[in-house]
Design a protein around this ligand. Structure first.
Ligand SMILES: Cc1cc2nc3c(=O)[nH]c(=O)nc-3n(C[C@H](O)[C@H](O)[C@H](O)COP(=O)(O)O)c2cc1C
Length: 317
C-alpha cells in the first residue's frame, strides 16, 4: 500500500464540469461510483476522500458477529482472486454503534448497508433493525458463495430470491437493492423474481464460484475449498449479465465485477448500469474508486459525452 497522505492529496481534486449525478431508487448520488461490499473498511477509508464517491457500500452485516471461515481465505488467480472470507462481520449492534456514525460524518454521502443472514428471518431482522437508523439504502446479499447456509442458497433459485426479497421488503421501507449471483443459468429469471418481490434496485454481479489447487502440495488452496472469483477476469461476464438484466427489468442497476479503470466503468454504464461499484481494484490500492471516477470523467470528455444519462443511452446497437 502506498503513502496514505500522498494518495489523499492525489484524489482530492473536484469533478471536471460534467453532470455525473445519478438517482438510484430515489436516493441522489453525486456520481455513479460506489465501493463494492466487502472491499472497503474504515481503515482503508483513511487513504482517500471518501466523500468524493457517489455512495459507500459496507461489508455484509448480520444479526450477531460472525467469525468467518478458517484461513487461508484468499488466493490470487489469473486475472483476479478467489476469496472465502465467509462474511466475517461485527454484527448489527456494533456496526450501528461504532461504524455508522463514522460514515455518517461525511455529509452528502449516501450509506448503503449490505445485509446478510443464515435464514430469511435473520435477513428480515437485520433489515428491520437498520431501518430504525438513518442508513440510506439496504443491499440484500443473497448471493455470497462462501457461506454454507444463507447466501448463495437463497440467490440461485427463483423461489429463494423471491421469498427472501419479499420477507425483507415487509421488514423495511428503506430503498432495497437486491444483489444477484452470477452462479445461475439465467440471471434474468433471478432479476425478475427480485423485482416481483418488491426490490427497488438490483446490483450485480457477486463473485463466481471457483477453486484453486496447489499442484506440488497437492492441496486445495482455500481452507473452505471453494471461493468467489473476482477481478478483471470476470468483467466480461458482468457486462453481459448487466446487459441482459437491463433489457428484461426496468429497475436501476448497480453494475460491478472486475471494474479496474474508467473505461471499464463506462462499459458497465453503456451495458445498462446506472451506477458502478469498485471491489477488487480497491484491494490492490484503496483509492481505486476515486481514480476510476476521475478516469471515467476523462473517458466521457474523450467521447464528447456530458452526462451519465447520455452515456447510459449511448450504446449503438
Ligand atoms: C474480499 C471480498 C469480500 C467480499 N465481501 C462481500 C460481502 O460481504 N457482501 C457482498 O455482497 N459481496 C461481497 N463481495 C463481492 C463484491 O462486492 C463484488 O460483488 C465482487 O467482488 C465483484 O466485483 P470486483 O470484481 O470489482 O471485486 C466481496 C468480494 C471480495 C473480493
Amino acid at each position: 500500500m502506498g503513502n496514505d497522505a500522498e494518495m489523499k492529496k492525489n484524489t482530492d481534486r473536484p469533478a471536471a464540469g460534467l453532470d455525473m449525478g445519478v438517482e438510484i431508487a430515489g436516493v441522489k448520488w453525486k456520481n455513479p461510483i460506489t465501493t463494492a461490499s466487502g472491499t472497503f473498511t474504515l481503515r482503508t477509508m483513511r487513504c482517500y476522500e471518501i466523500s468524493r464517491l457517489g455512495a459507500v457500500t459496507t461489508k455484509g452485516i448480520a444479526t450477531v458477529p460472525w467469525a468467518g471461515n478458517p484461513t487461508p481465505r484468499i488466493a490470487e488467480t489469473y486475472g483476479g482472486m478467489l476469496n472465502a472470507v465467509g462474511l466475517q462481520n461485527i454484527g448489527m449492534e456494533a456496526w450501528i454503534r461504532d461504524e455508522l456514525p463514522v460514515l455518517r460524518a461525511h455529509e452528502g454521502l449516501p450509506v448503503i448497508a449490505n445485509i446478510v443472514g443464515r435464514t430469511t428471518d435473520e435477513y428480515a431482522e437485520v433489515a428491520a433493525r437498520l431501518s430504525e437508523t438513518d442508513v440510506d439504502m439496504l443491499e440484500l446479499n443473497i448471493s455470497c458463495p462462501n457461506v454454507k447456509e444463507g447466501g448463495i442458497a437463497f440467490g440461485t433459485a427463483v423461489e429463494g430470491v423471491f421469498d427472501t426479497t419479499a420477507a425483507v421488503r415487509k421488514a423495511t421501507r428503506k430503498p432495497l437493492i437486491v444483489k444477484l449471483s452470477p452462479n445461475v443459468t439465467r440471471i434474468v429469471d433471478m432479476a425478475k423474481a427480485a423485482a416481483d418481490a418488491g426490490a427497488d434496485a438490483l446490483s450485480l454481479i457477486n463473485t463466481l464460484l471457483g477453486m484453486k489447487i496447489d499442484v506440488y502440495r497437492r492441496r486445495v488452496v482455500l481452507a473452505n475449498k471453494t471461493g468467489g472469483l473476482s477481478g478483471p477476469g470476470i468483467h466480461p461476464v458482468a457486462v453481459r449479465m448487466v446487459y441482459e438484466v437491463r433489457r428484461a427489468v426496468g429497475l436501476p442497476i448497480i453494475g460491478m465485477g472486475g471494474v479496474m479503470s474508467g473505461e471499464d466503468a463506462a462499459e458497465m454504464i453503456l451495458a445498462g448500469a446506472d451506477a458502478v461499484a469498485v471491489g477488487t481494484a480497491a484491494l490492490i490500492r484503496p483509492d481505486a474508486p476515486v481514480r476510476i471516477l476521475e478516469e471515467l470523467e476523462a473517458c466521457m470528455n474523450k467521447m464528447g459525452i456530458a452526462s451519465i444519462r447520455e452515456l447510459k443511452s449511448a450504446l449503438i446497437e
